[in-house]
Design a protein around this ligand. Sequence first.
Ligand code: GLN
Ligand code: ZN
Length: 757
Amino acid sequence: MASHIVGYPRIGPKRELKFALEAFWDGKSSAEELQNVARDLRISIWKQMADAGTNFIPSNTFSYYDQMLDTTAMLGAVPPQYGWTGGEIGFDTYFSMARGNSTLPAMEMTKCHYIVPELGPDLKFSYSSHKAVTEYKEAKELGVETVPVLIGPVSYLLLSKSAKDVDKSFSILSLLEKIIPIYKEVLDELKTSGATWVQFDEPVLVMDLDSHTLDAFQDAYAQLEESFSGLNVLVQTYFADVPPETYKVVTTLNGVSAIGLDLVRGEKTIELLQSLGFPSNKYLFAGIVDGRNIWATDLSASLKTLKSLEEIAGKDKLIVSTSCSLLHTAVDLVNETKLDDEIKSWLAFAAQKIVEVNALSKALVGEKDEAFFSLNTAAQASRKASPRVNDASVRKMTSALKNSNHRRTTPVTSRLDMQQKRMNLPMLPTTTIGSFPQTKDLRRIRREYKANKISDDEYMKAITEEINKVIKLQEELDINVLVHGEPERNDMVEYFGEQLKGFALTVNGWVQSYGSRCVKPPIIYGDVSRPKPMTVFWSTTAQSMTTRPIKGMLTGPVTILNWSFVRNDQPRFETCYQIALAIKNEVEDLEAAGIQVIQIDEAALREGLPLRKSEQTFYLKWAVHSFRITNCGVKDTTQIHTHMCYSNFNDIISSIIDMDADVITIENSRSDQKLLSVFREGVKYRAGIGPGVYDIHSPRIPSTDEIADRITKTLGVLDMNVLWVNPDCGLKTRKYAEVQCALTNMVAAAKLLRAQL
Ligand code: GLN
Ligand code: ZN
């Protein structure tokens, strides 16, 4: 019997690391101060795990940015432009890669929020960050024996990209032989320092891998085997089940003594273990406590599952663990002052999950904490039966959905014609994506309103004034389709979560996305419905200030779902359909109030795509269906826009078409025009499209010529009469001075091209 934690949040229960990082980056604190905050966080995390009785405590899961970047530092895989000349990598080089510096841009960040290594055949690797060893020793000095965690060599390479200018024939896996020697150095040093276990995170093992890649795994671990002697090696997987072919390879890897499997997202893991068995000489780390969500574990059910696993793996070979690193859940429920006791009893954040893991592992050897288990049983029962969770009228409406595909009957081309007759827009119409700069004043007003420091009237007045300012500005700039600027919104998901039934908001439920960036996902605990209109007042207020069309602004159901903590007591699609119905009510109320254009953002639709191909079709089907539900009921003359923060649509283009929006605006300014050709080649994309003409993530102001040039290039790929002109994304992180100049140039570019018609 034993317990293990895959990894732990490092941002701190009150985002201590975030504030320390930002103070350091702003030059307001020293490197030493930052290191001290980081050290204190690590120490408290290790103590917490040790006090709970955890046998296998991870180290080296702390990071100043992300663990992929840490691995890049460990391997000395610094792209040459950063001018690093060797030696231990310090904050300078590390943060330059992460965030850029005065002369160089940062390395690319993926949508999965890590800094992507840029590798090529000429890159020299060297052991250049001893962080894994330092952290191991640091814990040891405190009397805590830990399992150092490394990103495994194959996953590291497969999550990397080829550097620019590298020949297309270059295979990234060919670098294995160069990085393995460095892993060996790390292992040797860890052993010398006293480590007896090491954990290799190999998340790519849950993806669809070809036999060539599986061979690479075998190869890599065979080469490492020599350094494995004297060490127990855990290969950790997560986020899905391991495909059967891969499972056969993983369970026979050389020198590996333990395998970690995700029993939560890995819905077929149990089946796999039952049908293929588990090697008798290895340990099974059973990830039964959900690392990606905030629900309390059903302890009795989990104990049953674990007992059945004991029969497969052997009593002394089963280790109770989390499904993945707890990095993906909130930190500590203790700091939630606004949630009521009933909801709190249904939840477990990282700190509580550690206790659950240990309670399960003790129960397995007959040391069951009866009081703890019965409290848990009572909470599970109260959640199941609660009228706050179950709303019969919502269930009735969602089950009725299954009888229709919810398509608008008129084809998009005819709809666009009718909409054009109504709105009479010029060629290359201009618009923005929704938000305008969120000034300090604006944030203060919202904060004071939330804290009841200013009255309803004062708040309404301030927001109305802000909207008025934004409308006037857009009119002066001569933009065609206007927005109200979203001044009342703190966040595009939280805003709706606050108003929908079935949602709860936390005060400290932060999850780190990378570096100092954190998100605070709402918790969806019950059947979702919309008690009253959420945006109609602000959109109509804006419309009353102008004769130009105002674009109503909503977040779509799939994005709300993907950026929330979701119920685990019903399938995701069920929850998504409920949200879709709530948004549908809002769309129809906006239309009835005279709003002619409505944008339904689906920024996170692609991000929710399952890792495995076999599951993607089903996801896309219900995701796209949910989107259509929101707007299938509007008149042909009402124009539905959607917005997505990416442009690589190659693999999902047919789903995008199937969403059947009238206009889609996408991010494009950082990619080349080739990506847009998917909208043309071989598919019948007939709707309007606005590929972002400039990058809103950068303070740089694009010139009129530059934007005109971009549009001209795009016109080489897309038809003039479907093209819209807009920025990449919302403007909320920019300053007014920047926005004013950039939009002036954007409108000028559109006019320039119209004049050439
Ligand atoms: N309408 C939102 C905004 O402009 C969209 C943001 C997003 O796509 N992430 O802020
Ligand atoms: Zn966006």
